[in-house]
Design a protein around this ligand. Sequence first.
Ligand SMILES: NC(=O)c1ccc[n+]([C@@H]2O[C@H](COP(=O)([O-])OP(=O)(O)OC[C@H]3O[C@@H](n4cnc5c(N)ncnc54)[C@H](O)[C@@H]3O)[C@@H](O)[C@H]2O)c1
Ligand SMILES: [Zn+2]
Length: 362
Amino acid sequence: VSALQPLTIIRVGGKEVPYYFGEGVLDHAAALVDQHAGSGRRIVVTSRGVELLTGPRFRASFGGAVTETVIVADGEESKSFETANSIIGDLLNAEARRDAVILALGGGAVGDLAGFVAAIYLRGIDLVHIPTTLLSQIDSSIGGKVAVNHASGKNLIGAFHQPRAILADPAVLRTLSRREMVSGIYEALKGGVVGDPSLFELCESTPDALLACDREAISNLVRKAVVLKAKIVNQDERENDQRRLLNYGHTIGHGIEAASGFSGLTHGEAVAWGILAANAIAVRRGMLASSVASRIEQTIRCFDPAPIPAIDRGALQSAVSRDKKFRTDRQVMVLPREIGRCEIVEDVSAQEIGFGIEAILN
Ligand SMILES: NC(=O)c1ccc[n+]([C@@H]2O[C@H](COP(=O)([O-])OP(=O)(O)OC[C@H]3O[C@@H](n4cnc5c(N)ncnc54)[C@H](O)[C@@H]3O)[C@@H](O)[C@H]2O)c1
Ligand SMILES: [Zn+2]
């Protein structure tokens, strides 16, 4: 185990968070948790489906040393204040103290929920992320954002809480559905356009290998995407604007999710449509060559995103302007100049948003 070296170290908020990646990381979870986190009880928070798939391997790693396992329902519905409160009840029953460690084993929903509990329980206890979806390995486990949803919107109740470590094993991705794979691939593709052309090219040139969860292709994708996000999050300390670049595709993407009641599309699919809308706006502004926009579009379409659910244009437009990043009558959006270089544009008009929306609805 001492041979295991982190893929990268995420430096944020004065903390150093090691990110471990590789086949077999899950089997070393116990030792890595011992190495990086407190000595108290190990409490696993996971979801039903993930527990069935990864539980046995995970328990073998801990040799029965996990004191408590809290199982929630799969997916977004668990990301609520009510579930968080019920987990807190379980922690109190288990007499978890300040030195307890929460192990968040699952996708981004479990990570955000368990991380939120770790942030507030006894004013904060140790957290280790063990992400099991592609999206959570490359995105949600990195950066320290944790949250639950409110009836009136996603992620409205949250905190920053850095994990002690992130343990990502690509072997667990093989059981993901095609759509969950694609959701993560789109988030990686976004990262490529934001800051790493070679990451974009990987999505462009090896779609079949990625979809088949080919070892080498997926490892390359995760490595590049993680290093890119770590770089942006690291810079953020000095220049706290950079992180906003990661919102490329998300302004209109979030609007689509909200206007369709968060059903019908995966998050990554909504972001993919959001990217196409943002690109249309960028082309119209003369920022982006239409040939580059077509190249991005072809790559996105190659993974076959589910179509946007039938939503009303007006409802979508107002959902976009209700997004919490919205400031004035002018919208802040991330727009690309080329593959690997995006810009934060502060003055996108409602009319331009309407144009972007038209470009993706038919
Ligand atoms: N904190 C952040 O910075 C951040 C960033 C991006 C997204 N998020 C959040 O992440 C969430 C989305 O995460 P997600 O895409 O991982 O979705 P998810 O957590 O809902 O997981 C998707 C589905 O895959 C299942 N699953 C998980 N691991 C599996 C495996 N190995 N094999 C088979 N099935 C598996 C889950 O049970 C679930 O049904 C959203 O709530 C979003 O808000 C947070
Ligand atoms: Zn996203």
